[in-house]
Every structure is written in structure tokens, then in C-alpha cells.
Design a protein around this ligand. Structure first.
Ligand code: NAD
Ligand code: IPM
Ligand code: MN
Length: 354
């Protein structure tokens, strides 16, 4: 298992250090894990003048999987767009062709009261948001800021999805639904956007290969509302890049905190990049208070999807469950009566439980 580790910026190094301890523990248990570190994001810009340095690209291409913390920071916000940390992330996703982004939102019974919704709405919740990750308005050309004939300035981006891009992610969606509850809800804005009208047409066509799966379509504004009204109506949510970005942050609060939401970004061959759904949280960086569980759970996803080690994945998820049962909580999921711990202590507890 050759794993490239990219701590990134902000809380990235702190949370990745906890996930690395989990990898070390698995290694001393006999898994053949090899890790190598490289820079991405602001760390890449600082070290090599590029948010996705060539050395990093070479390393991730030669690895089976990538573990990433997060990128971004206030000190980089004024850089030209190409040098911003976030561009490093978009480029690594594109470079590895990671078009399928799995963001599972499941509620641990111990955290039912940490959710911002009423317990009965979220108890037992287990949904999978499948976000297309290498297309959409994120990558469409042309884009920029231009001056119109009137002299007024204008910002513009282009949204598009090609048929093959929609088809391949739709297949991942239906296959995921076949392993779950046979329900797939495709989320779009087909009442307004041509891109979405086309998306709906192609998803409907792909559905013919999966007669066991019940396909529904929902407009994204309604989906945003339904996610907080009755989230358990969903099984798999299939959606494009920008809608998936927004809906997955929304769904994270159902689970108690964005610090609980892992992700897997996969190519056609299950090579993958694994990272928490949250960002670099510069507001709490360097204080050892960030929740490392989303990153640790991303390692579980790595074992499941890239290395086909469901047993190891479940062992890691079981260890996370066990520390929650012990009452350990970082600040973001803290409730009265529980024991507040920092990032490092939480990582240590997971390793001990493992
Ligand atoms: P964010 O996800 O970093 O933070 C949002 C809020 O959630 C903050 O209050 C933060 O403290 C909290 N939070 C996030 N992760 C947490 C954790 N593990 N434990 C406890 N609290 C946590 O989003 P933002 O503030 O909008 O963005 C900050 C920076 O991160 C920006 O530069 C943004 O571009 C970048 N970003 C990167 C990624 C990524 O690397 N995948 C994702 C989102 C945002
Ligand atoms: C995420 C982030 C990224 C995205 C940014 C940092 C480019 O928000 O991983 O969800 O929008 O995809
Ligand atoms: Mn996001």
C-alpha cells in the first residue's frame, strides 16, 4: 500500500498526524504500508512556488492512494487565482481523474444530540452524497473578469457537462445504490439550466441499466430544504460538482459536525484521494482542538475502496465508534457530561481503541 501523504495547510498537519498514527498502528500489525510526504496547497506554494508542485504530482501518480488534510489560508487569499492553494486541490483531482467523490453522511448513535436537528430526524441516518468532481462550473472555460463595451467590468464562469462525464459518475451512483437501499435521487436545476436538463436526460438513460434502482429527480433548492426537513428520505444523492460541494457541507451538520465527514475521490480504477470534507479551518489552526475523526474515517474509506480491505475499514470505524462510546469529544461535537479532548488526544484514543 503505497500512500502519498499531503498534510496541506491550517489544521491539515494536525489532523493528518492523527490519521498517520492510525496508519502506523496498522503497519505494526502487519499491513504493508509505505508512506511518503509531499506539499500541496499553500504549503506547496511556500516550498516550491506552486500549489501543486511537480514533485507532488510525480509522487501521487506513483502512489496507490493519497491521504490529504486540507488546503487554504488567509495569507494566500490575495494571491492570483493560479497560485491559490485551492487550485492545487483542483489540479490534483483533475490530474488523477478523480471524478467520483463519495461523501457519506452517517450519524453515530452517540452523536445524535450533537446534530443541529432534532434527534428523531437524524437518528439512524445513513446517506451517500456522490458528487461529480472534475467537471461543471469548477472547470468550465471561458472564465475570468472582463471589461464590457459599456466599460463595466464583469465576472464570468462557464457551466458544462459532457455526456461521458455524466454517464460515468451516474454508473458509480447506480452501482452504489445497488449496494445500499436501491434508491438514487439525482439533484439538479433542470428547471433553469440547460446543463442540468442534459444531466437529467443522461442520468435517466443510464438508469435503464439498473432496473432494480428507484430513480428520482429533485431540484437542488428543494433538496437543500429536504435535507433539513426529512433527511432520511434519501439513500444515494447523485449531483454535480458545485451542488455537491454545497449539499455535503449542509449534510455534515446532520452528523453533528463537519469534523465527522470523510470523503473518497475515485478514478475509474479505484485509485483514490482521501480527505475530510471540511477545509483548513484557519480559525482554529495550531491550537490542537480540531476534530481528526473525518480524516481518520477517510483512512477507513481508503482501506475499503482502494485496497479492498473492508475488514480494516470496519476496524477503524469500530475504533472511532468506541472512542465516542467512551465519551471523548472534541469541541465541535462536545455536549455536557462528555469529556472534552484535543486533536492529539482524540487520535491517541482511536489508536488505543484500534
Ligand atoms: P472550513 O471547513 O475550513 O471551516 C468552516 C468552519 O468549520 C470553521 O469554523 C472551522 O473551524 C470548522 N471546522 C472545519 N473543520 C473542522 C474540524 N476538523 N474540527 C473542528 N472544526 C472544524 O471552511 P472555510 O472556513 O470556509 O474555509 C477555510 C479555508 O479552507 C479556505 O481557504 C477554503 O478555501 C479552504 N477549504 C479547503 C477544503 C479542502 O482542502 N478540501 C475544503 C473547504 C475549504
Ligand atoms: C471541498 C472544497 C473545495 C471544493 C475547494 C477548497 C476547492 O470546498 O473539497 O469541498 O470546492 O471542492
Ligand atoms: Mn467544500
Amino acid at each position: 500500500m503505497k500512500i502519498a501523504v499531503l498534510p496541506g495547510d491550517g489544521i491539515g498537519p494536525e489532523i493528518v498526524a492523527q490519521a498517520a498514527k492510525v496508519l502506523d498502528a496498522l503497519k505494526s500489525d502487519g499491513l504493508h504500508i509505505e508512506t511518503e510526504y509531499a506539499h500541496l496547497g499553500g504549503a506547496g506554494y511556500d516550498a516550491a512556488g506552486d500549489p501543486f508542485p511537480a514533485a507532488t504530482e510525480n509522487l501521487v501518480k506513483a502512489s496507490d492512494a493519497v491521504l490529504l488534510g486540507a488546503v487554504g489560508g488567509y495569507q494566500y487569499d490575495a494571491l492570483p487565482r493560479a497560485m491559490r492553494p485551492e487550485q492545487g486541490l483542483l489540479r490534483i483531482r483533475k490530474s488523477l481523474n478523480l471524478f467520483a467523490n463519495l461523501r457519506p453522511a452517517m450519524v453515530y448513535p452517540e452523536l445524535v444530540n450533537a446534530s443541529s436537528l432534532k434527534p428523531e430526524l437524524v437518528s439512524g441516518l445513513d446517506i451517500l452524497i456522490l458528487r461529480e468532481l472534475t467537471g461543471d462550473i469548477y472547470f468550465g472555460q471561458p472564465r475570468g473578469i472582463r471589461t464590457l463595451e459599456s466599460g463595466e467590468r464583469q465576472g464570468f464562469d462557464t457551466m458544462h457537462y459532457s455526456e461521458s462525464e455524466i454517464r460515468r459518475v451516474a454508473h458509480v451512483g447506480f452501482k452504489s445504490a445497488m449496494k445500499r437501499s436501491y434508491k438514487l435521487c439525482s439533484v439538479d436545476k433542470a428547471n433553469v439550466l440547460d446543463t442540468s436538463m442534459f444531466w437529467r436526460e443522461i442520468v435517466t438513460d443510464v438508469a435503464r441499466d439498473y432496473p432494480e434502482v428507484v430513480l428520482s429527480h429533485m431540484y437542488v433548492d428543494n433538496a437543500a430544504m429536504q435535507l433539513v426537513r426529512a433527511p432520511k428520505q434519501f439513500d444515494v444523492i447523485l449531483t454535480g460538482n458545485i451542488f455537491g460541494d454545497i449539499l455535503s457541507d449542509e449534510a455534515s451538520m446532520l452528523t453533528g459536525s463537519i469534523g465527522m465527514l470523510p470523503s473518497a475521490s475515485l478514478d475509474e480504477n479505484n485509485k483514490g484521494l482521501y480527505e475530510p470534507c471540511h477545509g483548513s479551518a484557519p480559525d482554529i489552526a495550531g491550537q490542537d482542538i480540531a476534530n481528526p475523526l473525518a480524516t481518520i474515517l477517510s483512512v477507513a474509506m481508503m482501506m475499503r475502496y482502494t485496497f479492498a480491505r473492508e475488514d480494516v475499514a470496519q476496524r477503524i470505524e469500530g475504533a472511532v465508534r468506541s472512542v465516542l462510546q467512551q465519551g471523548l469529544r472534541t469541541g465541535d461535537i462536545f455536549e455536557a457530561g462528555m469529556q472534552k479532548v484535543g486533536c492529539t488526544a482524540m487520535g491517541d484514543a482511536v489508536v488505543a481503541a484500534l
